[in-house]
Design a protein around this ligand. Structure first.
Ligand SMILES: Nc1ncnc2c1ncn2[C@@H]1O[C@H](COP(=O)(O)OP(=O)(O)OP(=O)(O)O)[C@@H](O)[C@H]1O
Ligand SMILES: [Mg+2]
Length: 425
């Protein structure tokens, strides 16, 4: 079959195979002749039985079918062809003599596509044949397009499923990445802690070995009865200094280890329960009284009295304690009378805790680093720089919330913490 249409070419299908059925020999010959001249492949059949055999043996593209024939007439041939799946789609044009009674309604009802009355005009036969071959071809190509469309839909569905799968894979990979990033961060943390602990432990070892040497010398002098008062005094000085140095440095190392343990948030055995936020914060702050008593600062809590949270109060206490201790350590000098303030509010299912001090503030260049592990401006005073890192981990991982810091040098520091009031299971 070709793809051209009847409109742009007289032969819709020059290779088309046409079966001509007529029991009148003259008619049969004439039809075969004019169609063959047009380039069609034509097969003649002189009666109904032969027509059926020919159509079934090699289904033609079109049939010209006489109605009045002995034995099996055109209607019967048509009905049998339409009943057979192999031949039912072949277009049939009926031929009928003018003096014969043509039952047009019946011709169409049993599946004929057209009819031509005899005696026929050659041009009329050719045009009708042409038209129905073209129609058949169009129908075939429509069916083919339909099949392609259906195939396309199936392929799209498959592509969609593949996309879904890819998305799922991506999510899995992402989760793995986050997990491995956490591991990498932990590795960095371990290296950092080792580095931070190295100094105080190193100092302690040096001080201890000095103490050991001097003790040995003192012991020797004592055993040899050679101990002078000035030696003893010098030794006592060294012993006092060394023991202080050892104690201070080991305390520093111990603090580092303690903080590091808290970084692993998941390991802290913190109970989940329902609690009133304000009451709980008041209790937490009460525990800080010994620290606050030594200062002139004022610490207040305001806001909604009725916020009930279902979460980890222990984690929240750690967060709040760290923030207040940071204000005492970094925001104010000992002589200042600073103000620290908590403000509590809630929306639908979120709790907002705002904490602010009116202290020194954080310089802009440090603001982006305060949550990073080991960032501290107070290393010489024993700061580990893990405090706010722990706070960040507790808020985002354990309490499933967010924390944000707003600060300007000389204008104080404000932390905004948003938490779900009820954690999912
Ligand atoms: N309220 C504040 N006012 C001014 N600076 C602050 C405040 N809170 C934190 N900072 C700054 O952020 C840094 C990091 O704080 P973080 O709590 O992580 O460590 P640290 O307090 O120095 O050490 P550690 O918590 O181990 O004692 C501090 O060193 C300080 O410079
Ligand atoms: Mg701190």
């Amino acid at each position: 079959m070709t793809n051209s249409s009847a409109a742009d070419q007289p032969h819709a299908d020059t290779l088309a195979n046409i079966l001509v059925v007529d029991d009148t020999k003259a008619n049969l010959r004439l039809l075969v002749e004019i169609l063959a001249q047009r380039g069609y492949q034509v097969r003649p059949a002189a009666n109904g039985a032969r027509a059926l055999a020919a159509a079934q043996a090699d289904p033609p593209d079109l049939i010209l079918l006489d109605i009045m024939m002995p034995d099996i007439d055109g209607y019967a041939v048509c009905e049998q062809l339409k009943a057979d799946e192999q031949t039912q789609d072949i277009p049939i044009i009926f031929l009928s003599a003018l003096n014969e009674v043509l039952d047009k309604v019946k011709a169409f009802a049993i599946g004929g596509v057209d009819y031509i009355t005899k005696p026929f005009q050659v041009e009329e036969v050719l045009v009708r044949v042409e038209t129905h071959l073209a129609l058949r071809q169009m129908r075939a190509s429509l069916e083919e397009k339909n099949r392609q469309l259906e195939q396309e839909i199936i392929e799209r569905q498959r592509a969609n499923e593949a996309l879904h799968q890819a998305l799922q894979d991506l999510k899995d990979t992402q989760a793995q990445l986050v997990e491995s990033e956490k591991m990498a961060a932990l590795g960095g943390l371990v290296a950092g802690v080792a580095h931070e602990i190295n100094n105080p432990v190193g100092f302690s070892i040096t001080a201890a070995s000095v103490l050991e040497d001097e003790t040995q010398e003192l012991l020797n002098a004592y055993r040899e009865n050679n101990l002078k008062r000035s030696d003893l005094e010098a030794y006592l000085n060294t012993a006092e200094e060394s023991s202080q140095l050892i104690l201070r440095n080991l305390q520093q190392a111990a603090k580092m280890v303690k903080n590091f343990k808290q970084v692993a948030v998941d390991q802290s055995s913190l109970e989940r329960r329902s609690f009133n936020l304000k009451t709980y914060l008041e209790e937490t702050i009460y525990n800080l009284t010994p620290k606050l008593k030594k200062t002139h600062h004022e610490l207040t809590i305001n806001g909604d009295d009725d916020i009930i949270m279902d979460s980890y109060p222990g984690a929240l206490a750690q967060v709040v304690t760290n923030l207040v201790l940071n204000s005492i350590t970094h925001a104010f000098t000992d002589q200042q009378a600073g103000q620290m303030h908590f403000d509590l509010s809630q929306t639908d299912n979120k709790v907002i805790i705002q904490y602010a001090d009116n202290g020194s503030g954080i310089p802009a260049e440090n603001l982006g680093q305060i949550f990073e592990p080991f960032f501290t401006t107070a290393r010489s005073q024993g700061g580990s720089g893990l405090g706010l890192h722990i706070v960040y981990n507790l808020v985002t991982q354990k309490l499933k919330g967010s924390i944000y810091c707003d600060s300007r040098l000389g204008e104080g520091t404000k932390f905004t913490i948003e938490l779900p009031s009820r954690l999912n299971q």
